[in-house]
Design a protein around this ligand. Sequence first.
Ligand code: HSE
Length: 335
Amino acid sequence: MRIILCGFGVVGQSLARLFDSRADDLYAGYGLKPRIVGVFDSMGGASSPSGLDLKRLVDVKKEYGTVKKYATAKSMSGVDMIKNLDADVLIETTASNYKDAEPGMTHITTAMKKRMHVISVNKGPLALAFPSLMELAIYNQVMFRFSGTVGGGTPILNYAKNSLKGEQITSFSGILNGTTNYILSNMSQGMTFRAALKDAQNRGYVEADESLDLDGLDAAAKLVILANWIMGMKVTMPDIKCTGIRDVTTSDIKKAAKTKSAVKLIASCEKELVVAPKEIPADDPLCVNGTLNAIAFTSEHSGTQTIIGKGAGGMETASSILRDLLDIRQEIAGK
Ligand code: HSE
């Protein structure tokens, strides 16, 4: 399977390591031979129709900060690479941006128009244009997969879509942002918001643009993806009522604790789509701490089920990409 990889940050490098370490069993177990024929970061790209050497790619990135130095040949821009290289699947891992979704949006639409299947862990394009991207994928008869956009390696989307197949999910609510959960968990142990934020930053949890976590945009983007994919809604970011955690005070948290509850940033799909801090009973399975994510789906006949897991991380997200790739591989083989 020929792949173009957009972005070579933590997730892209984890994916290269995963492909390298699992090469034998992916082929033996699934008939999958992933071949990265092109990769680019913000400074340039590297390509080889026969497949790039994954270890070398990671080493070059580590040494020079860009994959551009992989070869001496003049490197192509990302979009030129997508237009000119022959590949089966585009994997989009560049940073999420909720203003115009670029550059991910152009990568994805260019690939779909070239009839490439697409896997995205970049939430921006889905948050701003889920319904039209789905239409574009259908029009061009390509598969579009994005299981890593919600829950990282925890298969939240697959659970609701596949394991609850045939069920009518009536509502769901969850903790979809690990960073704010870490901050709120620490505040419940007595830390101030500032100190908890600083701690989360020191551990590398907080997005480069902290507003994406603190103002609820990351959780809202995940809610958009869930609402479209699971509930069949046609919604985008402006349809979400979104409040972040900046105004949550230590006294709000103490007040909640008196009734054996905790304040959590909850994304919910009930009568409307809302992201906001909410008190959750401490004994509710949803009430997880640290960087964990959790989501409770309520369906017509199966009651409420809660999935808990790590919502971020390079290897976890790379594992979600592999899941999507195997799905695409199986669909193609079944045709
Ligand atoms: N900033 C996100 C979080 C990363 O904290 O959950 C995963 O999307």
